[in-house]
Write a protein that binds this ligand. Structure first.
Ligand code: NAD
Length: 510
């Protein structure tokens, strides 16, 4: 495939790089990567060793000593050039993301666009790493706070966003003066290797030292654990399941490290009697079946007022009937495959449990077979009539299952159902009623990190802070003032007088 060649993906690839230099380790096992789209073998990656991680950390420690002294807008200039390289390779990288992960080509390219957008955002941010100036209570004193680079930042990313999550973290961290280690998901390492190849020219042309953008492909249980426990890494951004995030959070907290936790969601859309169905229906369907239900922000629950329930159910099943399922690289198709056969098992199992608890599958649920579905990872997205308290509804199943839940009475009842899960990532309400919308956004409203009105749960813009509450982990990355997490804050007080007054009027004379 032409795009593999352009992205420098070989038949066999090394798994760790300090920037432009690859460690040639071959004795830690080889990851063989197959496309969930076609079942075809793509290429393999040699996993990195603990020794390779040591080399990366050493080069990063050295690079940080230099990088932190480069003025932030100059660091922004490097990120600007990376953004331009990504523009050049958008189609190729988008195609690889789609082929390796299984999301549609549109979404693969959208993911690369997100990387470009965050580069632009980070370039602007590089001139805006502001602190405040405060008024001192003491005469002839000046007080302010400032932000300094933190050190080595590690991004541990999930399979479903093979490249964007790295950019969200690494580009902001880079303008903040930090150096980066990336541990991608072992299910999609080729996309990460491609990124490393794309940025190589920028590193070389600007004569940057090794260690500013590094990559390590290795097992979570060995390399991942080493990273979590390493005191030289003050900040780790973990995107993944709640189980992995809970463990990572505990280990990092024990050594007083900082963690950005971006974990599972259980996102709901509320439809009140004043919904504009024409607008809402595409948002629900895209939210539930886009990326085959494998977005952290995928719509998993649809909470509908009883007065419109039957109508919504009918138009939803009709819309699902029109979905085309197949190769994500073919732009005609709406739904691609799940990442692997284990995900298909989880899909089947969740449907079984939902039925055992009293749920009714009213659409889909089949596993597709035949020439077009050779990878064995294609399923028909399912709609299940269910109740919010079912154990399986309370969990995040990373697959296209939409639970249809009825509410009655006031919008507050719908909000209670929406909030009645342990996760707190994304939420939406579809209504033309201002009181309902404002209630949803108020302190009594949605308890999620993202709350939208007349927009679905998925497809966030990079300008806002992204993340969620409760078991979603509480982390924020990307836009708004998320950059502050990547820096250490320092309060400075300067006495330009000749006396030494103490704060709070305390007297101490010698
Ligand atoms: P996962 O938890 O299986 O893996 C995530 C990452 O953690 C991978 O890189 C994995 O190798 C690594 N890992 C596993 N064990 C580790 C350990 N002991 N130490 C260090 N690292 C370890 O998740 P996944 O299946 O790749 O992704 C799907 C999950 O990610 C879903 O739950 C989804 O909701 C979540 N997700 C959340 C967000 C968000 O922003 N909130 C975004 C994307 C995905």
């Amino acid at each position: 495939m032409e795009f593999l060649k352009k992205l420098g993906i070989k038949e066999k690839n090394f798994g760790s790089s300090t920037g432009t230099v690859w460690n040639e380790t071959t004795d830690q096992g080889e990851l063989k990567i197959y496309s969930p789209a076609t079942g075809e073998y793509i290429a393999s990656v040699y996993q990195a060793s603990e020794n390779d991680l040591g080399k990366l950390l050493k080069s990063s420690e050295e690079a940080f000593k230099y990088w932190r002294t480069v003025p932030a807008p100059k660091r922004g200039e490097i990120v600007r050039q990376i953004g331009n390289k990504l523009r050049e390779y958008k189609k190729d990288l988008g195609s690889l993301v789609s082929f390796e992960m299984g999301k549609s080509l549109q979404e693969g390219m959208g993911e690369v666009q997100e990387m470009i957008d965050i580069c632009d955002f980070a370039v602007g941010q590089s001139r805006q790493l502001y602190g405040f100036t405060m008024q001192s209570e003491r005469p002839m004193h000046r007080m302010y706070d400032q932000y300094h680079p933190l050190g080595i930042v590690c991004t541990i990313s999930a399979f479903n966003f093979p490249v964007a999550v790295w950019a969200w973290n690494a580009m902001l961290a880079a303008v903040c003066g930090d150096v980066n280690i990336w541990k991608p998901s072992s299910k999609v390492p080729l996309s990460a290797i491609a990124c490393q190849n794309i940025i190589k020219d920028v590193l070389v042309e600007n004569k940057l030292p090794e260690g500013i953008f590094t990559l390590i492909v290795g097992k979570g249980s060995t390399i991942g654990e080493k990273i979590l426990n390493d005191n030289r890494i003050p900040l780790i951004s973990v995107t993944g399941s709640t189980n992995v995030g809970r463990h990572a959070g505990e280990v990092i907290a024990k050594r007083f490290g900082r963690a950005i936790l971006e974990l599972g969601g259980n996102n709901a859309i509320i439809m009140t009697p004043e919904v504009d169905l024409k607008m809402a229906m595409p948002a629900v369907v895209f939210g539930a079946v886009g990326t085959a239900g494998q977005r952290c922000t995928s719509t998993r629950r649809l909470i509908v007022h009883e007065s419109i329930y039957d109508k919504v159910k009918e138009s939803l099943t009709k819309a699902y009937g029109g979905l085309k399922i197949g190769n994500p690289l073919d732009e005609k198709n709406h739904v691609g495959p799940l990442i692997d056969k284990n995900a298909v098992k989880d899909f089947n199992n969740a449907l079984k449990l939902a039925v055992e608890e009293g749920g009714k599958v009213i659409y889909g649920g089949q596993v597709l077979e035949g020439e077009n579905y050779k990878s064995g990872s294609y399923v028909v997205p399912a709609i299940v009539e269910a109740e919010n308290h079912y154990k399986i509804v309370q969990e995040e199943t990373f697959a296209p299952i939409l639970y249809l839940i009825k509410y009655s009475g006031d919008v507050k009842n719908a909000i209670a159902l929406q909030n009645g899960v342990v996760q707190g990532l994304s939420s939406s309400i579809f209504t033309n009623n201002m009181r309902e919308a404002e209630m949803f956004l108020s302190a009594e409203g949605s308890d999620c990190g993202i709350a939208n009105v007349n927009i679905g749960t998925s497809g966030a813009e990079i300008g806002g802070a992204f993340g969620g509450e409760k078991e979603t982990g509480g982390g924020r990355e990307s836009g708004s003032d998320s950059w502050k997490t990547y820096m250490r804050r320092q309060t400075n007080t300067i006495n330009y007088g000749t006396a030494l007054p103490l704060a709070q009027g305390i007297k101490f004379e010698i």
